[in-house]
Design a binder for this molecule. Sequence first.
Ligand code: SAM
Ligand code: SF4
Length: 477
Amino acid sequence: MSMIYRPQKYKIEDKAKLPFIDDNEINEILREVQSPTQEQVREVIQKSLAKNRLSLQETAILINANEPELIQEIKSAAKELKQRVYGKRIVLFAPLYIGNLCINNCTYCGFKADNKAQKRTTLTDDDLREEVKSLEDAGHKRLILVYGEHPKYNAKFIAQSVKTVYSVKSNKGEIRRVNINAAPLDVEGFKIVKASGIGTYQIFQETYHHETYLQVHKSGLKRDYDWRITGLDRAMEAGIDDLGIGALLGLYDWRFEVLGLLRHVNHFEAVFNVGPHTISFPRIQAASGIEVDKKWAVSDDDFTKMVAILRLAVPYTGLILTAREPASIRNEVLQYGVSQIDGGTNISMKGYSHLEVKQDIDAEQFEIKDDRSLNEVMEELVDTGFIPSFCTACYRLNRTGEHFMEFSVPGFIKRFCQPNAMLTLAEYLEDYAPLSTKEKGYRLIENELKNYEDPNFKEKLMERLHKVKMGKRDLYF
Ligand code: SAM
Ligand code: SF4
């Protein structure tokens, strides 16, 4: 295995200088605990319920627990832990595809260079403004911009698109946080993108398994495993301390990928003293011009178990689930640990401003299975007792990275996240919701208010909710 690039600025323990994904080590850990006892599994669950991070070995014990009774216990524990750590809030965002030009040949992706059926487009400035206006008119406040890998989509281009998005204001609508999912850049490039005011930079390793990585990344820059896996280290060096990692499930054994993700988390903590903000775990979906071996396809049962295990393994890392999954799966795993979802998703190029075109497989990266409108998603969340949130307060108050105190300050969720969720929900109810959602939403807010015992804080919150009703916007704690 080759040595990998590492920012020199940081003093790294000798151990962290080694390539941090060692396939043999992961395989060995999975083999060591192939048949865990009930006691072992329950012991790990208890450790996690006490809000402790799990080691790779402990996580492997949960991964290898196969008795239905134990799987149920894992899921119930994840549900409990999620409730304790995150409360009832679910953060909502929308993906926005900026361009589908791509020089790479990832076997699983409709944008791959060799796919001649894909209609290639890059949004012009005007297209982008139109898309953002449509998203704002639906009620969105948080976007993730997505790009193929192409010389045209360089750092300056990405930064310019971010600035354009922030500049669009439609009625009371505005985008308050722009995240990025794009190819890894060099440190200078990441600095340029950071200066445009982004939130999270996401790069998925796709598969942590070296051999599979080479099999599925046939050509192009992405074929270089080491350049990709060190991408977020360079982002960190450039000052972007809000990072998203991910694995594309279905390329290799999900058990291996879970431990790869955890190793990646450990790496950030060892080197930068802060873990990634989010983990994504998309399952491969049908796409134009792709053929993916079904050997490693992840069943619904394994997928839901995996989400519960991730929740228990890294209690403080956000888990993202997208509209690739159908509503039924989304609703189930929301219970076990997912903290962010997209809503009203349309990944066709220019799809938000041309809603008449539902899904066109040759003008999008892959098929989605949840094409409900944002309001339908919001209403279902409210019906099931979740508080949909468009909150962007932490990032705007610099509560990010090492200083991201969300989970280390006692009562943080209750004092900041939950009230901010209510305030952004109230904005949505005032500006975008149909009457039935509005009534249900305010009922939920009323009920939540009953949980606030501190009269001073409750008064402040009620005062701000009243101001939102009177037309004030963008209030947060
Ligand atoms: N081109 C950049 C890259 O590859 O890093 C940006 C990301 S790509 C547009 C977004 C993500 O979509 C990929 O990282 C991959 O995990 C996921 N993806 C690609 N093909 C997919 C498919 N057929 N089904 C589900 N997700 C897919
Ligand atoms: Fe290009 Fe990204 Fe698709 Fe690979 S996953 S073909 S890099 S857009």
